[in-house]
Design a protein around this ligand. Structure first.
Ligand code: FAD
Length: 484
């Protein structure tokens, strides 16, 4: 992704060298995304049709959380707005009053993404249609291969080899040369360290510390296994709470990606693997693979002439599919704060502050899912339900509980609709709604609510089946459709 973006945006201005090792390989998981991937793809000029075909992708409208609030309960966190805003207040403030006064329509009646997901819809039906906000499920290894070709076509030089050592400038500490196997060496100016959890340069060479967040997000292992699908191409991810973690199910065109994310101090690896294998939608296509991780982030994302991108910069577990986004937002930031050879300290500070903020805001959103729950059947959930929270999250939750208000801090990734769906879905109920809502006569409130529900239904009514959309888009020679 980094090589593709730099070669596209800087052209001949930069000599981009991509060093990768097939002997080491990639982590090989990461199949769900959020809508921001569309910005990255369109910045590179990638056609959706080609993307869907090359990466075996399907559409993702959101995540269905099963059993997270309590056993037997489920809710959706889908992308896009919930209801149409009028005036200064968001729609949900009016809905809170409607709900408190006994109104029967649930939040999802106003969420095009949730209704489309439930009915397996995406893409225009017989007439033109406005698409709900969406992202993709895809094969990330195929995406990497696709972007490698893209980068090479635009002048990136790719070296297949293993970085085994480095030289540092005696005064600045900058890494000036990388030593590869077979006695090869590469001179370096700016280095993007994309070496995954090895963090070869940011961690091993420069010794930048890792801030551990596992006391808030205790899962530290995942079993991953591909399987046959359930016969449908659902346009959403399934996330099912388990005894000491959760299980993902991600439908791609040719298979389903499955995984069990768990806390090894609350369940054995063997038992976690058994729970995964007993809950697949179809026959397993391989043996399950264990991946170990630690949630947290680098103390600095950019140090000297090294910028950590991807897993080398930190890891937020995949509950809301944010890692690929964090890579893309890191790349977007490095493009906009691109250094010259003087490497101004202020540029690094700005980059580090922006990335730290983004990591923290996503971290809080993830903790919300674990903490706001009624699950009390295992030590894992008892720990999560009662653990002390970061102040930034407590402030947000207290505000919602007491007033019904949700504040989007600064440029944080997840917007009010996302926080609302998850807070509500996880069972939080505010005591009040905004006082301005009381000024609306009851009849007007009723009309506004039913108009919103009708508009959502009308939008959904114009959509066709998701499977037909994927088939159409992946057929050779058909025009692509831009999402609304
Ligand atoms: C269980 C799990 C589930 C996930 N699910 C999602 C998801 O649904 N959505 C999402 O957005 N993200 C997800 N992620 C995160 C996602 O997998 C990663 O963000 C993504 O794959 C990028 O990884 P990376 O490129 O940083 O590291 P890697 O994939 O590990 O790549 C590292 C690269 O560095 C190279 N390398 C390493 N050392 C050397 C060396 N010495 N010399 C030369 N080359 C070297 C390797 O060859 C490789 O090419 C998940 C992660 C985990 C652990």
């Amino acid at each position: 992704m980094a090589a593709a973006a730099l070669s596209k945006y800087f052209g001949d201005q930069l000599a981009v060298t991509l060093i990768e090792s097939e002997a080491i390989g990639t982590i090989g998981v990461g199949e769900a995304t959020i809508p921001q991937i569309r910005l990255f793809n369109s910045g590179l000029g990638i056609d959706e049709r080609e993307f869907l075909r090359e990466t075996s992708a399907t559409i993702k409208l959101g995540i269905k959380f099963i059993g997270w609030h309590r056993e037997g309960h489920s809710y959706f966190h889908s992308f896009g707005d919930v209801g149409r805003k009028i005036g200064t207040l968001p729609f949900y403030q009016y809905w809170l009053r409607y709900h408190q006064e006994g109104g029967e329509l649930d939040l999802e009646a106003f969420s095009p993404g949730t209704l489309a997901a439930k009915h397996g819809l995406y893409g225009p039906g017989k007439t033109s249609a406005r698409m709900p906000a969406s992202a993709y499920h895809f094969d990330a290894s195929k995406y990497a291969g696709f972007l490698r070709r893209y980068a090479e076509e635009r002048g990136t030089q790719r070296i297949e080899g293993i970085v085994e050592g480095w030289d540092q400038h005696p005064e600045s500490g900058h890494i000036t040369r990388l030593h590869l196997d077979r006695e090869r060496a590469v001179e370096t100016d700016l280095i993007l360290d994309c070496t995954g959890m090895r963090a070869l340069l940011i961690g091993q060479a420069l010794g930048v510390a890792y801030e551990d967040w596992s006391h808030w997000l205790p899962c530290d292992r995942a079993w991953a296994v591909p399987s046959e699908g359930n016969g449908r191409l659902d346009p959403f991810t399934r996330s099912t709470a388990r005894e000491a973690g959760w299980q993902w199910q991600i439908p791609l065109q040719h298979r389903t990606g499955n995984g069990h994310v768990f806390s090894q101090s609350h369940i054995s690896e063997e038992r976690a693997a058994d729970q995964l294998m007993a809950n697949l939608p179809g026959a397993a296509l391989a043996d399950p693979r264990l991946i170990k991780f630690q949630t947290g982030r680098r103390a600095k994302f950019w140090d000297k002439n090294v910028v950590a991108i991807g897993l080398s910069s930190g890891f937020l577990e995949p509950l809301e599919s944010t890692s690929i986004h964090l890579i893309q937002s890191g790349i977007a930031r490095i493009v906009s704060l691109f250094p010259d050879r003087s490497f101004a300290a202020s540029q690094q500070e700005e980059y580090n502050a922006q990335m730290a903020f983004e990591f923290r805001a996503i971290r809080d959103f993830l903790i919300l899912h674990y903490n706001s729950t009624q699950r009390d059947t295992s030590e894992f959930w008892n720990y999560c339900r009662t653990m002390p929270l970061p102040d930034s999250l407590s402030q947000k939750l207290d505000l919602f509980d007491a007033t019904g208000q949700i504040v989007r801090f600064n440029t944080e990734l997840f917007d009010i609709a996302s926080w609302l769906q998850v807070m509500w879905g996880q069972g939080r109920r505010p005591k009040h709604f905004h006082p301005m809502v009381r000024a609306v006569p009851t009849e007007d409130l009723g009309r506004y609510i039913s108009l919103n529900a009708q508009e959502t239904q009308a939008q959904i009514g114009a959509l066709g089946p998701h499977e037909a959309y994927i088939r159409r888009m992946c057929a050779p020679g058909k025009a692509s459709v831009r999402p609304g």
